[in-house]
Design a protein around this ligand. Structure first.
Ligand code: AR6
Length: 169
């Protein structure tokens, strides 16, 4: 099992092997952490995403899946793009959110990444309640077999940091 750490900060500044992006299925960028990663990483990431769309994901990357690209100018080697579910009261999409963490760790294993930084997937634009998103994130990572040595949750503000850090027993 990976060692889990928590930091408050900007995921684009993390010196890790792979940074996970809370993307959307178009893979063409957006706001929030997605916008920050593309801005800081430069056009190489978008070019790689366009290639992926052309070769594999013409209909978009499905929710809960994950796919890696170069990290461009970021201090990381790779960006792993995953698509979180939008929160809704009508349907329980928890397993799709858990799948983002599982599939990202699987992609990290395939890359040989030893250190991986995750944002709080789905808890921004996609509206997932922060405490529940934190619980799913930490429980899923703790339950996933992986060769990754450190999973670092990078939380943008103090509220998110507290929500995540308080999930550890
Ligand atoms: N570093 C770490 N965390 C960040 C950063 C950053 N630089 N910037 C924002 N966050 P969101 P989602 C936090 O909205 O809910 C995009 O438009 C933020 O405070 O980025 O999965 C995509 O293209 C929040 O806690 O992702 C999709 O359309 C967390 O990252 C959609 O948003 C996730 O917020 C995805 O929505």
């Amino acid at each position: 099992m990976a060692t889990i750490t928590f930091v408050q900060g900007d995921i684009t500044r993390q010196h890790v092997d792979a940074v996970v992006n809370a993307a959307n299925s178009s893979l063409l960028g957006g706001g929030g952490v997605d916008g920050a990663i593309h801005r800081a990483g430069g056009p190489a990431i978008l070019n790689a995403c366009r290639d992926l769309r052309a070769s594999h994901y013409g209909k978009g990357l499905p929710t809960g899946k994950a796919v890696p690209t170069t990290a461009g100018n970021l201090p990381a080697r790779w960006v792993i793009h995953t698509v979180g579910p939008r929160f809704t009261h009508e349907e329980d999409r928890s397993d799709l959110l858990a799948s983002c963490y599982r599939e990202s760790l699987k992609a990290a294993d395939e890359l040989g990444a030893r250190t991986v930084a995750f944002p709080a997937i789905s808890t921004g634009v996609y509206g997932w309640p922060l405490d529940d998103g934190a619980r799913i994130a930490v429980e899923t990572v703790r339950a996933t077999e992986t060769s990754v040595e450190e999973v670092r949750f990078v939380l943008f503000d103090e509220r998110a940091y507290e929500a995540f850090a308080s999930q550890m027993p």
